[in-house]
Design a protein around this ligand. Sequence first.
Ligand code: ZN
Ligand code: ZN
Ligand code: ZN
Length: 112
Amino acid sequence: MRYYCMYCGASNSSISGLTAMHCRTSPTGRHVVYEGSEKKRYHCMYCGASNSSISGLCAMHCRTSPTGRHVPYAGDEKSRYSCKCCGATNSSISSLCAMSCRASPTGRHVPL
Ligand SMILES: [Zn+2]
Ligand SMILES: [Zn+2]
Ligand SMILES: [Zn+2]
């Protein structure tokens, strides 16, 4: 088992080892553990872009994300995704993220 940073994709064999190190992308300046399960594909929670690895996803720029990079969605795969800011639903993360949201700080729906 390896633990990954949700902001840059760095990995470590322990949570304490990961969070002790500095992170350039994280708002806190330290790596933050990705709490989701391992998946075949990871989707950005801010725009719905997908990649087969966390580090591959985090390496790319994101127009919607507050950090400027894609951030992997940590929830499980679902048949419908709900916006955590307003409750709007859609069957795919990318479709949900593509729509504007009045209640969200980013101006787009953010999947719960
Ligand atoms: Zn990091
Ligand atoms: Zn993104
Ligand atoms: Zn919304």
